[in-house]
Design a protein around this ligand. Structure first.
Ligand SMILES: [Zn+2]
Length: 292
């Protein structure tokens, strides 16, 4: 039985204990797999007919659709990798998002100091995935070169008005480049031991899908290549995309990769993830879901 003290330790502290508190930070690599956690920072309620391309032709009755807003954390004994960084909903709710736990608070609850984050994978440059990206001064940022060039070109021609990317975030990523902290990938790339990114496009020109070898087996973090489980079940693309054919192909690719590897697909905005997987113990219990 857990003592109160043990339960109140942060998730990160418990991970440190598992890896040997005395030698933290440990020097082991990720050969045994990464600990992977989804961290919810907000949510919103929309309608199925609004978010699913092709829903109207399905003949199904319209209904509310809850969307979670999350980022993901992958840990080894001594490295912290973020997959996306959330955004400051309180500063602007673009589509009626409701702030639950801002990224800095979520990280604090997990016992993660932003200064200790080693790598940030920016799956695409939409506001809800790369807000706060300037909070990690030591991190290398991984992004698709296609994504980077697309948004930098828009920024350069004052073309971000009405888009889902902000000058603040795009310039923060440009600055990381100036500082030698930006790694642009052109194709399938293992960016960290056990973490491979696949540029799939569709939702954005350089949308990345992330394959992670977790402690409990491989996972596919779809981010916005696939927002919701319904897209896998019914084949509906999401309403927002830069290339519809590419988005349909990305869904098919994720399914094929999943079938080939046995890795479950984690849709990027799906509230069902929190019911399929357990919450982590400790202070982050209400917002963090243990994926692997
Ligand atoms: Zn998103």
């Amino acid at each position: 039985m857990h003592s109160v003290d043990e339960d109140s330790r942060s998730f990160m502290e418990q991970e440190r204990t598992k890896s040997g508190a005395s030698d933290w930070p440990a020097t082991s690599d990720s050969a045994d797999g990464l600990t992977v956690v989804q961290v919810k920072y907000g949510d919103r309620v929309t309608r199925k007919s609004v978010v699913f391309h092709g829903f109207a032709e399905s003949g199904e009755a319209d209904a509310d659709q809850l969307m979670d807003y999350s980022f993901w954390v992958a840990l080894t004994a001594d490295k912290v990798i973020l997959i996306d960084t959330g955004y400051d909903i309180a500063a602007q709710d673009w589509l009626g998002e409701v702030s639950r736990t801002p990224t800095p608070e979520g990280l604090r609850l997990l016992g993660i100091d932003p200064a200790d984050v080693n790598l940030v994978i920016a799956t695409h440059f939409h506001y809800d995935h790369v807000g706060y990206i300037d909070h990690f001064p030591a991190a290398t940022i991984v992004a698709s070169r296609t994504e980077y060039e697309y948004w930098v070109a828009k920024y350069a021609e004052n073309g971000l008005v009405g888009e889902f990317a902000t000058p603040r975030d795009v310039t923060a990523i440009m600055r990381a480049g100036d500082e030698g902290r930006l790694r642009l990938v052109d194709g399938v790339t293992e960016v960290f031991s056990g973490i491979t990114v696949y540029p799939v496009g569709g939702h954005c020109p350089g949308q990345l899908l992330t394959y992670v070898e977790s402690l409990s087996g491989p996972l596919i973090l779809a981010s916005d290549a696939i927002h919701l489980s319904e897209q896998l079940e019914r084949g509906w693309p999401f309403f927002a995309h830069t290339d519809l054919d590419e988005m349909v192909a990305a869904i098919a690719f994720a399914k094929e990769l999943s079938a080939r590897t046995g890795a479950p697909i984690i849709p990027g905005h799906d509230p069902r993830v929190r019911t399929h997987y357990p919450a982590v113990d400790g202070p982050a219990n209400a917002i963090a879901t243990a994926l692997g």
